[in-house]
Design a binder for this molecule. Structure first.
Ligand code: COA
Length: 171
């Protein structure tokens, strides 16, 4: 789906699940189970699951994103990168790849929920142009915490995808 000098982005396969689950379990207090990921594989074409791999070899999974695309909306459900590889733009590339894929299939709005204490993720999404919309009280467990709903509306999404497409052409 896309390649930079250090990572490539592809569809997740069932063979990736051991590596995905290792990152998931290291990243969240309530990680998704193997069965939950497997149910997403059965949920095509609604579910979009991408992995970032180290490139060239050994092509380990170093991050992933799971989204739902319903009509013209894309909902980011799960995103994590390997702890040792953070702050290198991997999550940024994964979100961009998902948004671009969606935009090419008529997505015109994207949103997600994030823990209000998760400054890292809030910064990541704000840098991409998402803005905070509403707060869902007590949305999370372990620990109980409010969720900030963030959204990227039509114009912001279009600008982001066009900028990304131009920079790909310049390479
Ligand atoms: C949030 C997460 C996915 C970011 O992954 P990443 O690959 O490190 O993100 P990137 O390198 O693409 O960072 C993009 C931007 O996010 C923000 N960001 C990333 N790490 C940050 C940190 N430790 N502190 C503050 N901002 C941070 C910055 O704006 C960064 O841009 P910059 O490096 O140019 O300043 C990763 O930290 C993670 O897996 N966390 C645990 C799971 C999680 O919280 N998932 C998100 C749920 S909504």
């Amino acid at each position: 789906m896309g390649e930079t000098s250090t990572i490539s982005i592809d569809r997740m396969t069932k063979e990736d699940l051991d590596q995905v689950l290792a990152i998931e379990q290291a990243s969240f207090t309530m990680p998704w189970s193997r069965n939950l990921f497997l149910s997403e594989f059965r949920n095509a074409p609604v579910s979009l699951m991408l992995v970032a791999r180290s490139s060239p070899e050994p092509r380990d999974v170093i991050g992933y994103i799971v989204c739902w695309i319903v009509a013209d909306e894309l909902h980011i459900l799960d995103l994590a990168t390997q702890a040792a590889r953070r702050r290198r733009g991997i999550a940024h590339h994964l979100v961009l790849a998902a948004l671009k894929y969606g935009y090419e299939r008529n997505v015109r709005r994207a949103f997600l929920e994030v823990r209000e204490s998760n400054e890292t993720a809030l910064n990541l999404y704000e840098r991409l142009g998402f803005s905070r919309s509403i707060v869902r009280k007590g949305y999370y467990d372990l620990p109980v915490e409010d969720a900030v709903v963030m959204s990227l509306e039509h114009d912001g999404l279009q600008q982001l995808v066009e900028k990304e497409t131009e920079s790909e052409h310049d390479k």
